[in-house]
Design a binder for this molecule. Structure first.
Ligand code: CP
Ligand code: NVA
Length: 306
């Protein structure tokens, strides 16, 4: 039987995504109550990191250990990948030894190629194209604070990057309206925009994008791999900071989210990220619970293939 993978939000049906989020909330309550829930003794998660990480690494490793299993951290620098071993060969070998694999890398085709040759489920821990695990935590956080996301309005302000692409996929899978404000030349993936037509509007003015939004979100102006463009990006994004003026356009009960790490004074003012509408700490914590629910889903055989 071919394993299920989680390379994008489209790899699970909307029903399956709802199930994962519901389990994430249950697993959070269980964890907070201090009860041990360790259904996967002996299960191993292999984690390949070709980029830096704080949250993704710790949440996956801690999550797998809490579920009773173990995790192996593999930096690409220390494996044969960095010396040119094909990703397909690595996939065949690794997946014969572990039960799940998580990969954070640059090209999205790398995770697709790995998944094509893997005999176990593969989870995308961020590529240049998307970051679907983060969206599970973001959706969990919104629902926890404000109830169902269906039919709500979300404003994305800043770079049309991997997180922006993931919000477009989320607009389709979780059925909300997304307003994206990006400078010219920083648009998100064109195919995704076409796929999400009717749910997503592309704008230039962040004030218009934020108007009456239930959720306002942003991300760094220079993602990992774009460091050499930092100076130019600082100029191009200078009018795209999420600050009190932008938040004043949103609904009074709107929340602010940021996947972190954040640069205060660049994409978000300190006043907003450290202010009362910000839920970024719950959002970061929810990476743990959402990914435990995801791993449980991928490791269990009771998958709804509807
Ligand atoms: N949000 C997120 O993925 O954080 P890390 O880069 O620290 O993993
Ligand atoms: N867009 C950011 C997200 C980091 C979690 C990056 O790719 O660096």
């Amino acid at each position: 039987m071919k394993p299920r993978h989680f390379l994008s939000l489209f790899d699970l049906t909307p029903t399956e995504l709802q199930h994962v989020l519901q389990r994430a909330a249950e697993l959070k309550a269980l964890y907070r109550s201090g009860k041990r829930y360790a259904p996967f003794p002996g299960k191993l998660l292999g984690m390949i990191f070709e980029k830096a990480s704080t949250r993704t690494r710790v949440s996956f490793e801690a999550g797998m250990v809490q579920l009773g299993g173990d995790a192996i951290f593999l930096s690409s620098r220390d494996t044969q990948l960095d010396r040119g071993e094909p990703i397909e060969d690595t996939a065949r070998v690794l997946s014969s030894m572990v039960d799940l694999v998580m990969i954070r890398t640059f090209a999205h085709t790398t995770v697709e190629r790995f998944a094509a040759y893997s005999s176990v489920p593969v989870i995308n821990g961020l590529t240049d194209y998307n970051h679907p695990c983060q969206l599970l935590a973001d959706m969990q956080t919104f629902i926890e604070h404000r109830g169902a996301i269906r039919g709500r309005t979300v404003a994305w302000i800043g770079d049309g990057n991997n997180m922006c692409n993931s919000y477009i996929s989320a607009a389709c899978q979780f059925d909300f309206q997304l307003r994206i404000a990006v400078p010219v030349g920083y648009e998100p993936n064109e195919n995704l925009l076409k796929q999400a037509a009717g749910r997503v509007v592309l704008l230039r003015d962040p004030l218009i994008a934020a108007r009456n939004a239930d959720l306002v979100t942003t991300d760094v102006w220079s993602s990992m791999g774009k460091e050499s463009e930092q100076e130019r990006r600082l100029q191009d994004f200078s009018t795209y900071q999420v600050n009190a003026e932008i938040m004043a356009q949103a609904r009074p009960e709107a929340i602010f989210l940021h996947c972190l790490p954040a640069h205060r004074g660049e994409e978000v003012s300190a006043e907003v990220i450290d202010g009362p509408q910000s839920q970024v700490w719950d959002q970061a914590e929810n990476r743990l619970h959402a990914q435990k629910a995801l791993m449980e889903f991928l490791l269990s055989d009771k998958q709804d293939s509807a």
